[in-house]
Design a protein around this ligand. Sequence first.
Ligand SMILES: NC(=O)c1ccc[n+]([C@@H]2O[C@H](COP(=O)([O-])OP(=O)(O)OC[C@H]3O[C@@H](n4cnc5c(N)ncnc54)[C@H](OP(=O)(O)O)[C@@H]3O)[C@@H](O)[C@H]2O)c1
Length: 265
Amino acid sequence: MALTLVTGGTGHLGRDIVDRLVRDGHRIRVFARSPAVRPDVEWATGDLATGVGLREALHGVDTVINAATCSPIARRGGVRPVDFFRSPSAVDVEGTERLLSLCRKASVRHFLHVSIVGLEEATLPYARVKLAGERLVRASALSWSVVRAMPFYYLLDKFLSGLAWLPLWPVPTTTFDPVDASDVAAHVVTCAFDGLRGERTEIGGPEALDLVTFARQYQDARKLHRRILPIGLSDAKARGMGIVVSRGVRGRLSWSDWLRANRET
Ligand SMILES: NC(=O)c1ccc[n+]([C@@H]2O[C@H](COP(=O)([O-])OP(=O)(O)OC[C@H]3O[C@@H](n4cnc5c(N)ncnc54)[C@H](OP(=O)(O)O)[C@@H]3O)[C@@H](O)[C@H]2O)c1
């Protein structure tokens, strides 16, 4: 049976991708730094930042789904001043380059890369790093797909929970359409095996709402009562911050349903 390697298979999106592939009967190998945590898939422990374990992980692989990333902002669930100046590139740029080169040698037949909507105009260093990694994929001689997604609900949840201590929340009035990672996983899996290649349809959530509405729904679900100070951003500023509306397929799970299903933050 054809073998699929999922890098970042222990992450928020990666776990959902692996669950879906297992459910669909695929043969899966997960590549991550963490030791094996599930018995129903093959496991390759290694490090994209150094290349340790990568060559072995690619042995016999047909399809690679690259869902690994190193985002300090996502890890901690908030932005610090340092994030406006730099973001590590060892996984998303050098790691992607290394992975692409080894995939060519291993005759991998399809390389699917997960990326983010609106990177061209986004200004945070993490976005620049993601764009550089994506460009390597597009320039590669491999048969590739790039799937771009809107920010995931888990990240919005982390950001808003980080505001809980503030009595007044400054929130942009800009519209955007975050999405559930499991809806993105379903789209990624479809794109990995539908035979098409190249720039794939981007994915956002089912609702495009202003951020103030997302924040109010969050407060209702978490029984918080904080005043919201609506902030008007210029379009350019909002795009710079990655607050955009996607133009592609829509996930199914709404923010309010996600909040009901994920009561803990
Ligand atoms: N989060 C969002 O809102 C969002 C929105 C759109 C697109 N995306 C994209 O979706 C993808 C997944 O994002 P996510 O939020 O699910 O990420 P995540 O939860 O932070 O998971 C990151 C994954 O990368 C792996 N990883 C990190 N450093 C590694 C290294 N040095 N070597 C090997 N593996 C490493 C981690 O595994 P170990 O720690 O076990 O090594 C983990 O499995 C990324 O491409 C991201 O840019 C995310």
